[in-house]
Design a protein around this ligand. Structure first.
Ligand code: SAH
Length: 450
């Protein structure tokens, strides 16, 4: 028996897929249903049928799973940013734990492993320290908010539940400034108009605030009026213009002009201070970053005599954390300005035992190894595509006692751990950390021992 498109069926959700969608069976068909969770009894409408699977949408919840959570965000379905809002936070954390377990066993082929319960937030709201809002004009009104999923239409929205609360006030100040002074707004189709995006960065521990307008031009008319209005924002440290005249979807250009204050804000993680500029990468959930880095440090088990590599080091955050406990830390990162920040951050914290290289981890580490540089412990924190095979091969040759793998993608983590396991590195601890509550993103720290 098959299922038919546009027909209605009753079904029970028995599992949650890797993208957070509910999964169940109708006849012999596996059916995927977004926004559904294990335990839901549903009436679904079938939207698409393939050979032996189908996609449906909820028509009616006949009996809700006890693990459902009421969706309070008014724009949840339009935005698509928080895909797991319909799950209780506890259910989200458990799903992330099982997602990591499935990737490690199915993709990595690992056996007898334990994945620890996900470390979640006590209050998983307003956790982000960086927001980027597109600005457009529709029917004569300035719209500041987010792109409706899969479109470039901007939905006006200032009260996002995961952004810093001060963003709301800043959005209203900027909107008022743009309207009252009749500042021209960017139009993607014609590539005309000035103001494209509003970016806000905040220091979670220091309270500092950066406001950055991205413009298709060189200056902002009446900027003194904007500055005057922004003085109402507590902690305002930095008002910037980012120049982006390119016809592109990339939000930021390379040039930054200071309208007022410094060109960076400072935030702390643990005992360390970090300079965060408009263009540099910094983890977006500061509270959980501390949890993640503390775990990485715990798994590195440093005693003070070790040489450590931090591969994919960004602005040197993990490297400097490690440097407090190791003899010497080497960091490598492909983005040159990030390495400049890493060196500045080392100086800012009076850390002198960290050295940084610009380049590809899979080239720099083998080169340095060929020059005789070995390591007791190696930390890797690659982007979603995981570690390059050449890097993994060099790691094995370097024969460190421990490898700490920080991952933002369970699938590539599974693949890389499968290889390292075959080469004699045993997975000793697997700890998911929830860096992105209400979304499907999943971060993990793993300890491997030779
Ligand atoms: N450890 C840092 C950054 C992790 S994000 C932190 O916690 O903040 C991953 C980093 O890897 C990014 O900064 C990206 O620029 C860098 N990267 C991507 N490909 C790389 C490669 N082949 N070699 C070195 N770094 C790379």
């Amino acid at each position: 028996m098959s299922v038919e498109k546009n027909k209605f069926y009753e079904m029970t959700i028995t599992d949650i897929g890797t993208n957070g969608e509910g999964v169940g069976k109708i006849n012999d068909f596996v059916v995927f249903v977004p926004e559904a969770i294990t335990g839901d009894q549903l009436e679904v409408k079938i939207l698409k049928v393939k050979k032996n699977l189908a996609y449906g949408k909820i028509e009616k919840i006949l009996s809700p799973s006890p693990r459902r959570s009421e969706v309070t965000c008014e724009v949840a379905t339009k935005c698509g940013g928080c895909q797991l809002q319909h799950m209780s936070y506890e259910a989200q954390l458990e799903w992330k734990q099982s997602k990591v377990y499935n990737a490690l066993t199915r993709i990595g082929g690992l056996k007898d492993i334990e994945v620890l319960p996900t470390l979640g937030m006590e209050a998983p709201a307003h956790y982000r320290n960086k927001a980027q809002y597109p600005i457009r004009k529709e029917n004569g009104k300035v719209q500041i908010g987010f792109y409706m999923s899969r479109t470039h239409k901007v939905v006006d929205w200032s009260t996002c539940g995961i952004q810093d609360k001060r963003c709301e006030q800043i959005i209203e100040i900027v909107r008022n400034f743009l309207e009252v002074n009749n500042i021209s707004i960017y139009d993607e189709e014609t590539h005309k108009g000035l103001v494209r995006h509003l970016m806000i960065k905040t220091g979670f521990y220091t309270g500092e605030v950066m406001v950055c307008l991205v413009v298709n031009g060189n200056e902002l008319p009446h900027s003194d009026k904007l500055l005057e209005a922004l003085h109402a924002v507590e902690g305002l440290t930095s008002v910037l213009l980012n120049i982006n005249k390119a016809k592109t979807n990339v939000i930021l250009g390379h040039e930054v002009k200071v309208l007022e204050g410094r060109d960076y804000i400072i935030d702390t993680i643990g005992d360390l201070k970090f300079k965060i500029s408009a263009l540099s990468f910094f983890q977006v959930n500061p509270e959980q970053t501390k949890v993640l880095y503390d775990k990485a440090l715990e798994y590195a088990e440093l005693e003070g005599s070790e040489t450590v590599w931090d591969a994919y080091c960004g602005i040197g955050t993990i490297s400097l954390f490690l440097a407090q406990k190791a003899k010497k830390v080497y960091g490598v990162e492909i983005v040159a300005p990030a390495i400049e920040n890493a060196r500045e951050n080392a100086a800012l914290n009076d850390i002198h035992n960290a050295e940084f290289f610009v380049g590809k981890a899979e080239e720099v580490i083998p080169e340095q190894y060929a020059n005789g540089l070995t390591a007791d412990t190696i930390v890797v924190d690659p982007p979603r595509k995981g570690c390059d095979q050449a890097l993994l091969e060099t790691l094995v040759k370097m024969n460190p006692k421990k490898i700490v793998y920080v991952s933002c993608d369970p699938a590539t983590l599974g693949r890389d751990l499968g290889y390292l396991d075959q080469q004699g590195y045993k997975v000793e601890k697997v700890q998911p950390v929830d860096m992105f509550p209400h979304t499907t993103h999943c971060e993990t720290v793993v300890k491997l021992v030779k």
